[in-house]
Design a protein around this ligand. Sequence first.
Ligand code: GLY
Length: 355
Amino acid sequence: MSTSRRDFLATSAAAVAAAALPTDAQASRLEGAPALIGLGESGLRARPCVVASANGLRGVEVAYNQISAGADTLDAIIAGVNIQELDPEDTSVGLGGLPNRDGVVQLDASCMHGPTKRAGAVGCLEDIATPSLVAKAVMDYTDHVMLVGQDARRFAIEMGFQTQNLLTEKTRQEWLRWRARLNPNDSFLDYDGNVDIKFTTGTINMNAVNAAGDLSSVTTTSGMAWKVPGRLGDSPIVGAGQYCDNTVGAAGSTGRGEANIKTCASYQIVEFMRGGLAPRDAALRTLERVVAMTERRLLDDRGRPKFDLQFYVVHKDGRYAGASLYEGAGFAVCDERGPRVEHCAFLYRRTERPR
Ligand code: GLY
């Protein structure tokens, strides 16, 4: 890539990220334009495209460049999410992910490879910074789809992965603050006054299609901060945290995994696309299902969820979309126009940020 193109991409990404929130009508136009670009040797050709959660802005460019150079779509997007997994400043995933109730970082990930119809997953993995690669190792080297807990860790070590302490000083301090404020009657002193206690379900999902229309998807996360030890979110569950069907498209999610698991949302999005819906409409229709399946305690007095959930979708032909329950979310995308953050379509205007 030339210097001038890099400059253009950086400028355009920053400009889009800083843009004002869209109206509903504008949001509906943000979905990728129809993407069929002609007939190749194998028939229908797609427009190559990588979509991800907004924290994947660096990753979508890496993945897109690798796909453009001929890399397999799953290898490319795993290289993309590895950037966040190994970044100690991203507290939603991998090294530096926020820990569970006991101060232990437990990671979940899953992936699907469209052309070979294979999947791999790990849950509650400790001490390995790149669960996406361990999920792929489960896919590549076992007859199984999912390994969890201490045996997933043992498998990773057998496969040559290095162990390390994933709790950083920053996340250790956040956990200490959370614990100190948990119960006013316990023995831990509340040593820090007005701290912003984070409850996060941050995650990275990435999906890609190449020019041949081959697809892959991957999701990786440290899950909900302060979770009950052993909790699995949606990310390691094929069909919930991500899903890929090479004849249709791929989808994945970030946000409250418990809501996603109950609706098998990524699978549902792909199935809606199989039925003819565009990526944006498939995602919004699935969000409506999520709302319909939400228990009363998690709805406000207007019947709106007290949490947020986002979907990232790519169609086999290269169309794409991001969608969120609430306005204001963005998603990362890279295609021939370069990496950028676009606004998610949404169901609800935000009057108050849900926790
Ligand atoms: N969506 C990530 C999680 O709930 O763990």
